[in-house]
Structure formats: C-alpha cells, structure tokens
Write a protein that binds this ligand. Structure first.
Ligand SMILES: Nc1ncnc2c1ncn2[C@@H]1O[C@H](COP(=O)(O)OP(=O)(O)O)[C@@H](O)[C@H]1O
Ligand SMILES: [Mg+2]
Length: 305
C-alpha cells in the first residue's frame, strides 16, 4: 500500500486565501475608484463650466490648477472661451459695419425718394427708409453695448431714472416723475441709462404712459416701470427679449422701433448682475421690473464688489 499524500491545504489556509481575496478586491476597488475620479473630475469641471455660461454666452474663467487632467481640461475650456469671444466680437463688428455701411446707400435713396412725384408713394418710401434707419441704428447700438468700454462706477439709480423721465417728458412722452429715492448701484452710467430709457419708452409708447416705483428689497434696488396699455399676449411674452421681436408687425407703422430695445436693455442689466422681468398686469398693462444689487455704502465710501 502506498500512502496517499495529504493534499489538503495546510490548516489555516482558508483564512489566508480569504485574506488574499479581500486584499485583491480592496486593491482593485481602490484602483477603479481612483480611475473613475480621474475621469469624472474633468467631467464635473465641464458640467460646472457649461452651467456657468454668462449673459454674454461665454464660459467663466476656470482656474488652471490641480492634477494633470484637470489642468488640461480647464486650459482647453479657457482656450475655447477665448476663441469664442474672439469669434463673437468679430461677428459683432461685422453687424456694426453692415449697419454703418447701409447708411450711405440709404442717404442716397432718401434723396432720390424726395423726387418721387406721387405724394402717397413718396411718403411710403420715406417711411420705409426711416424704419431701415432705426434698424441700422439699433444694430450699431447693440454692438456698442457688447464691446463698450465705459468703466463701472457707483450710480444713483433714483437720480438716473429721474433724468430719463425728464428727457422723455421733454420730447412729449407721457412719463410720470418717479419718487425721489436714494439707492446706489454699480453700473456703467451711460449704458444703464440707455437700458432704462428703452424700458420707460416702451411703457410710454406701447403702453400709453409710464409710471415708476423704486424701492429697496434686501440688498437689491427694485425699479418697476408700469403702464396701463394692452400688455403683451401671454403666449408671446416669453419672446420679448428676442432681438427683432414685435408683438404686432402692423403696429410698426405707428410706432417706430426695431424690436431691439428689450434685447439691449437685458444685455446691459445682466452685465451689472441685475435681472429684468416682464409681466402683464391685471386688468391690463405691463410691468417691467429691474433688480440691481445695491452697492455697500460705509460712511459715504462706496465699495464695488
Ligand atoms: N409696455 C408695453 N406694452 C405693450 N407692448 C410692449 C410693451 N413693451 C414692449 N412691447 C412689445 O414688445 C415689442 C418689443 O419691444 P422692444 O424690444 O422695446 O422693441 P421696440 O420698442 O423697438 O418695438 C414691442 O414692439 C411691443 O410689441
Ligand atoms: Mg422699445
């Protein structure tokens, strides 16, 4: 008889095996987690970057720090943002140049239109040319806003809106003077004035007359421009900020405007971290509400944050 060798694992071997298995599982989980974090960090960065697209349509600058992949992703996004900005600005310049170049042939056409014999025909020609003029002007204005160079400073909102009201009142628009309130916001004064002028003009023209409310709410200044006109049909109101939007194309004969006023106003107000909302009032009329963060005022010294 031959002895059968004892092939069973040495006593305590199960434990060692289990130990190895646990070690392998833990090790591979660790490696998997490490790899996953390497992949997801840049993805998180991408997600954050896309959810932080500014009002100008550009990505916020991402700090190029951290591990290799993150730094590379951040750099790629930043480069993309710079290229987009460049492309957008050159597009904008193109729009401005087109608006500008249209003026010369338009002047020639206007001169020629003056010689149209038929009175009715002549008036129509001149009215159409007038409208073209407004569109070209607004396009140029929109671009100026996009790449304008005024500096940010403390602006007394109550004072500014008073100036706007006075100006429009002088040209015969129905504008009630706003209450005198002292609220200071950080903005580029000329740009903000242009934005507010567009809003008050809307209430005075499309809405038949403007009234204003101005107050403080928490850390914000709230300016509401009200009218009692027809308002905007609910099914169209979400489009008001789109360039060239007009409720009723037929109305363009009676009220000049290119449908760019609100697009420009929003562009400006969002630049200063503000918001603008537009809503119909009951029973009729429109409320245009502007909210701008107040500038902290300590002992008369303004701090722009
Ligand atoms: N206060 C208002 N009441 C009624 N309709 C308005 C008012 N404000 C704006 N709208 C409508 O929204 C359109 C877009 O306004 P806006 O962008 O300022 O362009 P514009 O005034 O040059 O036509 C206007 O053409 C008008 O139809
Ligand atoms: Mg307007």
């Amino acid at each position: 008889m031959t002895d059968i060798p004892d092939l069973r694992p040495p006593s305590g071997g199960h434990l060692a095996l289990a130990g190895w298995i646990v070690l392998i599982v833990l090790g591979s989980t660790g490696i998997a987690l490490f790899a996953a974090s390497k992949i997801t960090k840049p993805l998180e960065l991408l997600e954050n970057a896309t959810s932080n697209v500014g009002p100008d349509g550009l990505l916020a600058h991402i700090p190029e720090t951290g591990a290799g992949e993150i730094r590379a992703t951040a750099k790629a996004l930043n480069d993309l943002s710079v290229r987009l900005k460049f492309a957008m600005e050159s597009r904008m310049r193109l729009v401005a140049a087109a608006g500008h170049d249209l003026r010369t042939p338009m002047t020639r056409m206007r001169l020629r239109a003056e010689f149209v014999e038929d009175e009715e025909e002549r008036t129509k020609w001149l009215a159409d040319l007038e409208e073209l003029d407004v569109i070209a002007d607004s396009a140029i204005e929109l671009v100026r806003e996009e790449i304008g160079g005024e500096t940010l400073s403390p602006v007394e909102l109550g004072h500014l809106i008073h100036e706007v009201a006075e100006e429009l009142h002088e040209v015969g628009l129905k504008v009630e003077m706003p209450p005198a309130v002292s609220l200071t916001v950080a903005a580029k004064p000329l740009a903000l004035k242009r934005a507010l002028r567009n809003l008050v003009t809307n209430a005075a023209t499309h809405g038949g007359g403007a009234t204003m409310e101005i107050r403080q709410q928490g850390n914000n200044a709230i300016l509401v421009i009200l009218d009692q006109g027809p308002g905007i049909p609910e099914e169209l109101i979400h489009q008001v900020f789109e360039p060239f939007f007009r409720v009723d194309m037929a109305r363009r004969r009676t009220l000049p405007g290119a449908g760019l006023g609100l697009a420009i106003a929003r562009e400006i107000i969002e630049r200063f971290d503000g918001t603008i909302t537009i809503a119909n009032r009951q029973p009729n009329g429109l409320a245009q509400t502007v909210m701008l963060p107040l500038v902290e005022s300590t002992h008369g010294v303004f701090s722009l944050t």
